[in-house]
Design a protein around this ligand. Structure first.
Ligand SMILES: [Zn+2]
Length: 151
């Protein structure tokens, strides 16, 4: 059960020893956010940001965290989404879901963070293209000159 339906964000340098419920502490320095579990159990939930992990979106007013926060290591097994400062319950974890996510996390960290080469290297401009452009501008100038002369 979610008790806290809103999370107010707070950009901090260091996380406080005691987390205030209903506050999402975001540290850009550590690339991590933390908050007191929204079920009210008082457990600390840490969401480190990484290319393969959680991502934070700040729209100038509210903060969203994606994907969902699944506290499957906590006794409460809370699972929710932080969307624009709102806490949306995302259904309870069952044992097979926990096992699947655990497996996915292991696979993701094992494969590493090396991004696949999706961009093609820039192609050098071919000399013939440059020549054609010069030729075209030469013709364009000649045509202009001819049309002016004809008048
Ligand atoms: Zn909890």
């Amino acid at each position: 059960m979610i008790r806290c339906h809103r999370l107010e964000h707070r950009f901090v340098c260091n996380f406080p020893d005691r987390l205030e419920p209903g506050v999402l502490y975001v540290s850009m320095e550590f690339g991590t956010a933390t908050h007191s579990c929204c079920c009210g159990c008082g457990e600390e939930v840490v969401t480190p940001f990484s290319p393969t992990g959680w991502k934070m979106t700040y729209d100038g007013e509210t903060v969203s965290v994606w994907p969902s926060v699944g506290s499957w290591t906590l006794p409460c097994r809370s699972h929710y989404v932080i969307d624009r400062g709102r806490v949306l319950e995302a259904g309870h974890w069952n044992n097979s879901q926990v096992a699947a996510v655990r497996q996915r996390d292991i696979t993701t960290s094992a494969s590493g963070d090396t991004p696949a080469a999706t961009t093609t290297p820039p192609q050098p401009t071919s000399i013939s293209t440059v020549r054609d452009e010069k030729l075209l501008s030469w013709w364009a100038r000649l045509c202009l000159w001819l049309s002016a002369w004809r008048r």
